[in-house]
Write a protein that binds this ligand. Sequence first.
Ligand code: MLT
Length: 408
Amino acid sequence: MATINENFLKLQAGYLFPEVSRRVRSFQAQNPDAKIISLGIGDVTQPLPPAIIEAMKKAVDDMGTAATFRGYGPEQGYDFLIDAIIENDYKSRGVDVEPDEVFISDGAKCDTGNIQEIFGLDNVVAITDPSYPVYVDSNVMAGRTGKGNKNGQYDKIVYMPCTAENNFIPELPKTPVDIIYLCFPNNPTGAVATKEILTKWVDFARSNKAVILFDAAYEAFITEPDIPHSIYEIEGAKEVAIEFRSFSKTAGFTGVRCAFTVVPKQLKGATSDGRVVEVNPLWNRRHSTKFNGASYISQAGAAAIYTTEGKKQTRQIIDIYRGNAKLICESLTKLGYKVYGGVNAPYIWIKTPDGLSSWDFFDRLLRKANVVGTPGAGFGPAGQGYFRLTAFARPEDVKEAMQRFASV
Ligand code: MLT
């Protein structure tokens, strides 16, 4: 009989969001009349902007004519999209990125999950607690961790707690680490890192020869002018950091699928016999072996985000979500909740009332208000006693959910 990858058996319970859906489905089955509002998974609700729809329709038409039909595209992505990314996301911020450092993909979830494959299994991984579950789970699956304990933490991972006491900004690790996952604006806490904070991390990575895996999927939600949108705005970051970006939340692409990862050519890693090698060709090799490129239609849509109209229209949508975040923060603060995030991020992180555990509050909110959120404990043990709400719902649903919160 074929044996299995037993690392999968170390994983605790199911993935967070399917577990939330399971509980919601079961509640709905028992309460068929309940009009449930979801502020749970961060899935967008506004339709795609017209400039993107137009570009995607044109791309579909291209596919219907022999002269413009496209088969397999370049695995790394089409130049028209890579060039637009470099011009708008990096050059405009004084950052030099070369075309062969950008890898277009079908999602930051896949990229943040897959990137660990190009690093050795003996690396010590540091992950914030709480964090997007993909960082921990993908390292467990790969066998880079020991067994999980009853708190849901795994041996060999260095956890960096982020709580109200440290403003949800992790302290530098006190023990040696090789790979560091950072996400700013943060999912789930909504915290952001200033230039000083990111500089501290880049300097730490440079002096410890560590790699930072920087998840910037929510950068479009930054409102304050001095907050870096890219880790490469920090001097020396290209020597130590890989950056992940996504069009999912920026432009409503959760159902379209398109994202990108920047792997700088300056970034190096070591072999077990002490040779120093570039990391970029390894990701290129991995990408072109296991991936055939995001669809032409998705990439054409993504490129339209960077046109004048596209920028204006996506900004309008982001403003709608920002309005939601503001309403959630203000309403819950008025109701006496301790509220974090929501200013430079689409996530609002609240302290559960009455000392309730995250899942107990989830159940109470669902039962009393028919509102769904995400239990903070699902993002790691330091998330216990916290609860995440997303601003990606429809404004009318957010308004109604906030009225219902009054009865919880
Ligand atoms: C979330 O709710 O944390 C995100 O939507 C999940 C994801 O982007 O995969």
